[in-house]
Write a protein that binds this ligand. Sequence first.
Ligand SMILES: Nc1ncnc2c1ncn2[C@@H]1O[C@H](COP(=O)(O)OP(=O)(O)OP(=O)(O)O)[C@@H](O)[C@H]1O
Ligand SMILES: [Mg+2]
Length: 1007
Amino acid sequence: MAELEGLEFGKSDFVLLDEVTMEEFLANLKLRFEKGRIYTYIGEVVVSVNPYRGTELYGRDVIEQYRGRELYERPPHLYAVADAAYKAMKRRAKDTCIVISGESGAGKTEASKYIMQYIAAITNPSQRAEVERVKDVLLKSNCVLEAFGNAKTSRNDNSSRFGKYMDINFDFKGDPTGGHIHNYLLEKSRILQQQPGERNFHSFYQLLLGASDTLLNSLRLTRDAAAYRYTQESAGTSSMNNDKSNYKAVADAMQVIGFSPEEVDSVHRILATILHLGNVHFVMPGEAVEVEDMALVSHVATLTATEPEKLLQALLYRTVAAGGGEVIAKGHSATEASYARDACAKAIYERLFCWIVGRINAVIEVQNYDPRLHGKNTVIGVLDIYGFEIFDRNSFEQFCINYCNEKLQQLFIELILRQEQDEYQREGIKWQHIEYFNNQIIVDLVEQPHKGIISLLDEACLTAGTVTDALFLNSMDSRLGRHPHYTSRKLCPTDKTLEFGRDFRIRHYAGDVTYSVEGFIDKNKDTLFQDFKRLLYNSADPVVRAMWLDGEASITEVTKRPLTAATFFKNSIVALVENLASKEPYYVRCIKPNDHKSPMDFDEERCRHQVAYLGLLENVRVRRAGFASRQPYGRFLLRYKMTCEYTWPNHLMATDQEATQALVDQHGLQGEVAYGRSKLFIRTPRTLVALEKQRAQLVPIIVLLLQKAWRGALARRRCRQLRAIYTIMDHYRRHKVRAYLRELCRRFQGVRTMPDYGRSVTWPPPPAVLARFQDHSQQLFRRWRARQIVKNIPPSDMAQIKAKVAAMGALHGLRPDWGCQRSWARDYLSSEVENPTLALQFARRVQALRDKVHFGFVLFSCHVRKINRCNKSRDRAILLTDQHLYKLEPRKQYRVMRSLPLSTVTGVSVTNRQDQLVVFHTCSHNDLVVCFHKMQPAGDNRVGELVGVLADHCKATRRELEVRVSDCIQISLRGKKRLVAVQTRPDAAVPDFGKSRNGFVLYWPQS
Ligand SMILES: Nc1ncnc2c1ncn2[C@@H]1O[C@H](COP(=O)(O)OP(=O)(O)OP(=O)(O)O)[C@@H](O)[C@H]1O
Ligand SMILES: [Mg+2]
């Protein structure tokens, strides 16, 4: 029951009609048709009216709206039924089938294609290649089958001239794994002849109009349907079909399906063979029949890869077993030869068609299916079979087609009534019988053993001697004369619409059809001489050969009589109906709104007729009998629980049935419903409409509530996620810190015992959070290392170290070499090595000074060269004690020549080179300029030592000492400013001073 659109579009379910009358039914159907609502339900049956125009009803968006929805949740549609069938198959592992019925041109084939598209669109979300392939082949197969099995008729430009039942197999996940196409009775007589305004099968025109010139030349065809007898009648017939573009589409489809290029070539050759064969004429100039144009025979032989002589033999003679293993060739008459040729052409086309179906099946057949691995293999069947037909001239094919429709109607009645009846019984509800027309009587008229028309036809065909169609009509008249659904001119002489001796009429469920009996016997026998079968079996073309495997039998072999065409058809239809009955059926009932393919015209009479014979009114009545609607308690509550306080949001009663009862009671609907075992039965649609209205009012409020809850849930979820993120971040950071510290410990574990105390150990890269920590740690580590190193220095070396540190502070980076690597002896003049002859004199002088001024210790002593007042270089010595700087005369027992209290020395200047120049700046602006000299070894570098010793001493006595380093030193001599520069002299043996323009130059011997 679908009630989703406004009533201006009519009622979307005929069950909701106020009164079930033909008039109301038609009025609703018409209104919906005019409003573009071509689908309407009767319960779960879809009634579809052919719109004869493109609509917006299909496509990806619409498919999404129906996907996974219940039937009643969306406006009626084929997609909803397809979804219901799919769901039943998937949820309950039930085989289902969708039976599409209706007369020719009502839209069955189109419906079947939309259903297939829907199933293809909603399956295989994981895009598995194999499943995609199966779906592709299933979809593309329509195009190929339509080319070879459809034709323009007076009813439909694209009329299916064969029946099709397609099984789609699914795995337990609901994805298609394969399929199988069953084809039924191709109307092959169309090959030979078409009624006015009709055409042969599309494939011929597609080949003639669409193939390239080269291909046509190779097939020896011209691009003109009028040139071939089988297509000439229809050559002028216009068609909506675009044969040229369809040719391309079919070629592409065949390629996708997996036809090899050789196979496609063979198919073209077979079509050309038929066209050429039709043009073969037989003449009888003398005693024997001859072929008029032998060139045609050779074309056909080439195209079928057979030998021309054997082909000619098969066309003109037939081989007959003469008994005792003997065979003789019996010549045809011209008529017999033409008949045999036509039979051959028909058979070739039929076998081609069956071969194509077989090839498609081979490609989509389910492979390697193991139910233990893949679960139950379920099936959805889609039946698109030719619709009920009434032409001006109805022959054997229409008889078969209409019989088939009788059987399907029978199935419809049986299933719809049986289901309904079963349901009431199952649910323990009293069932009221509905009158409907049961067409079983017509089915019996056709198929009953011994008495039915098919039996009589077979009987006539088996009778020895020449049996004519007229004799067969006679036998029907005498045996079926009393049947209420059979008549003929003989039985009803006043009826001028029946031709005497030719016509008989069956009153079908869908209307009276007058059949011409002409050709019944022939078509039923469907004779094809063994000679053709053998000929084609021996073809060198493997595709042709594969179609004629029965041609292998020897002529003398006694074979079982083959089934007649009618019996074969009956058997296949009986099997089909049994197959359908074993599945859960879904119905699409197609209605043709008018006979001239107009999108505007709703021909009431034509529609009335169809509604009547399709039994749609009965369908509605049966559906409404007693109870228009039924729903499982759970589903009913789910839909309407918001309308009752006891059931919203969830009931607390013991069972859903009790809750339903509470809801029904609250609405005061007790008299309107009945309680089944698992379902609630609602008597009138009005009740449901009232419930729906209430529900519709409440839904917006619920939607708001749900939105609120949902938004809250979303926010909570986001919050939870954020929390989780922070926890993870936190743990991760901890982990990083721990890992860093562990690594640090590992690397620095043994540093105490390392000779360099871990100087060579590289620090692991710290996490961002520990960057400052690492800086501090490194500082601490450096201090610790320094401590370790300093701790190991002997106290005697400490003074030297301190001096070196002080020198480094003053000179590092300013003077390249300042003698750091040496051991600093300080008092060089007391050393026997440096001063072997005068060390003793120097020691006496030091002692004398110590006695006199009581200094503490000697800081430095060394021989120097200096410049005197008269600008002459003189050799002197300097002695630096903790109190004074002395200039001494070495040649006079180191007599003191100048004494400067250390407090008057304000700074020292040195150069930034290798030389040993030192300037002592004094506060009296009378600087002392000296250059160390006579050192052992000669190249000793004592500038750093002097600076270090003096700076360290000043630091200890908290005095300022300025140390300057430059390449040109400024001095004050008795208050005058002078400059001292240094020049290297390779030829000088000892350092010496000279005068310069603005002061002095020290000539330094190059080392
Ligand atoms: N749903 C639809 N939308 C648009 N056009 C449609 C629709 N259904 C059918 N038609 C039109 O009607 C024509 C006939 O439809 P279709 O071939 O499906 O009829 P059929 O019932 O299969 O007839 P037959 O029994 O002769 O095979 C289509 O070619 C198409 O032009
Ligand atoms: Mg069709």
